[in-house]
Design a protein around this ligand. Structure first.
Ligand SMILES: *Cc1c(COP(=O)(O)O)cnc(C)c1O
Ligand code: SF4
Length: 435
């Protein structure tokens, strides 16, 4: 299948859009797409979206901007400019202003930039002892964009081999100097957007370096959902699979961290074939997704998705909370509600699907899980714990917050039975040292 993408400039050419959307709906998309990233491709359009009822279709809502993602006053501003045919710069300036109000850099990312021999590695993040995240420059875009995602600051394309080589050299130096690192996670964007020959440059350098404490290579990707042809019929699909096999044959654990938001993404012949091809290389596929209002905020959807993943020999891994950024007001699900959905789904699937952890917030102190609601001495409280912490001493210790059924994020919670959460003072000290 030939890969075709559409953006805000070209989406009106999509036959299904012409046939099934009204002029007003198209205008709404145009307005919202000035602020949020919008890119969709022919696989998503032809194979995933039900065009008989697009506005109620989860994959349409996952990829096409929705009017309600903008607050009414923001919507009106952009709509007015578009109707007046305002110059692009004026619209862009207004859109940037709105973006700045939407917390574009959440969760203290700026604190996690690794440094070695006086060199900074801005394309990496080292927050939890055992795992380093690497954002290869050429992997900072995706086959289509999720409407809830707010990684627009990094969505730029670039195909520069020399740059890649320089970056990977520093990364390897850093990993060698940190024996606690066992996992290297390629992320983005989507690293599987890279041509195999580019990705291979990174992988070959890592394999060649032969770092004894590095045991796992992970690839975070939504390509199985958005472009499964990446592993079946793209020109360099077989080379990518060969590269996976090479990693496995060298003795590494290769974990393909697949991003799926809905069971509908698991139903095509294309995705089944792609999953089988990846598994044949010896890689393991683990799955993860945020919980999102209007897309997957129901226990049935999650139970069906996890069960289906297990049937396809994938391992459910994480349920995330929608980040405190972008259109959280539209996609966000409160912590208590997310836990209810998680629990209802969890208790309705086989133990083999209960490998999943969550709902989890990737927040400044760490990955904080909403464990549940309990009553202690007559007081209703929320129970939380760390799945990952900036300090690994924090992991696995339950702590309590006052019951708040509306809260969507840790910063909206207040400690119960105490003036502050047990980690707060230490976190403050850690962050002060890093500035
Ligand atoms: C989620 C995450 C990881 C990986 O955590 P695991 O629990 O090992 O999957 C690593 N680094 C950062 C910054 C993360 O957010
Ligand atoms: S695939 Fe991942 S990085 Fe890309 S738009 Fe979706 S959530 Fe964002």
């Amino acid at each position: 299948m030939k890969y075709r993408t559409y953006t805000v400039k070209t989406f009106r050419q999509i036959p299904q859009v012409q046939k099934h959307l009204t002029e007003e709906q198209k205008f709404d998309i145009e307005v919202v797409a000035q602020v949020f990233p919008f890119k969709v491709n022919n696989y998503v359009i032809d194979k995933l979206i039900n065009w008989e009822d697009p506005l109620n279709d989860p994959i349409f809502r996952l990829t096409f901007p929705q009017k309600e993602m903008l607050k009414p006053e923001h919507y009106e501003k952009i709509a007015k400019l578009l109707k007046e045919n305002a110059p692009q710069e004026v619209i862009r300036e207004e859109a940037n202003k709105i973006r700045m109000e939407l917390n574009p850099h959440p969760a203290g990312q700026k604190y996690n930039v690794p440094e070695i021999e006086g060199m900074k590695l801005p394309g990496a993040q080292h927050k939890y002892k055992e795992t380093i995240l690497f954002f290869p420059k050429q992997g900072q875009t995706c086959h289509a964009y999720c409407s809830f995602c707010f990684r627009w600051p990094q969505f730029v394309g670039m195909e520069d081999l020399k740059f890649a080589m320089k970056e990977i050299d520093i990364l390897i130096k850093y990993i060698k100097a940190h024996p606690e690192i066992t996992d290297l996670l390629f992320t983005g964007g989507d690293p599987m957007i890279m041509k195999t020959k580019i990705f291979k440059q990174y992988i070959d350098a890592i394999l060649e370096a032969d770092i004894p404490h590095l045991r796992t290579i992970r690839i975070g990707s939504k390509a199985l959902a958005f472009w499964p042809y990446r592993f079946t019929e793209d020109d360099d699909a077989q080379e990518m699979l060969d590269l996976f096999k090479k990693i496995v044959d060298k003795g590494y654990h290769l974990a393909f961290m697949a991003h799926f938001n809905h069971y509908k993404e698991l139903e095509t012949e294309e995705v089944k074939e792609a999953v089988n091809k990846i598994l044949e290389t010896g890689a393991v596929i683990r799955t993860q997704s945020p919980i999102l209002r209007h897309i997957n905020d129901s226990a049935e959807v999650w139970a069906k998705m996890w069960q289906k993943q297990v049937e396809m020999r994938m391992i459910p891994y994480y349920m995330f909370m929608a980040r405190d950024t972008g259109a959280q007001h539209y996609f966000g699900v409160p912590l208590v509600r997310a836990w209810e959905i998680f629990r209802d789904a969890y208790r309705n699937v086989s133990g083999l699907a209960r490998t999943v952890k969550g709902p989890s917030m990737s927040a400044t102190p760490g990955k904080i899980r909403m464990l549940g609601v309990a009553e202690i001495n007559g007081e209703k409280v929320m129970v939380l714990d760390f799945l990952q912490g900036r300090n690994d001493e924090w992991v696995g210790k339950p702590f309590f917050a006052k019951y708040n059924p509306e809260a969507m994020w840790i910063d909206e919670l207040e400690p119960a039975f105490s003036d502050e959460f047990f980690y707060e003072k230490e976190l403050e000290e850690m962050l002060a040292q890093k500035v």
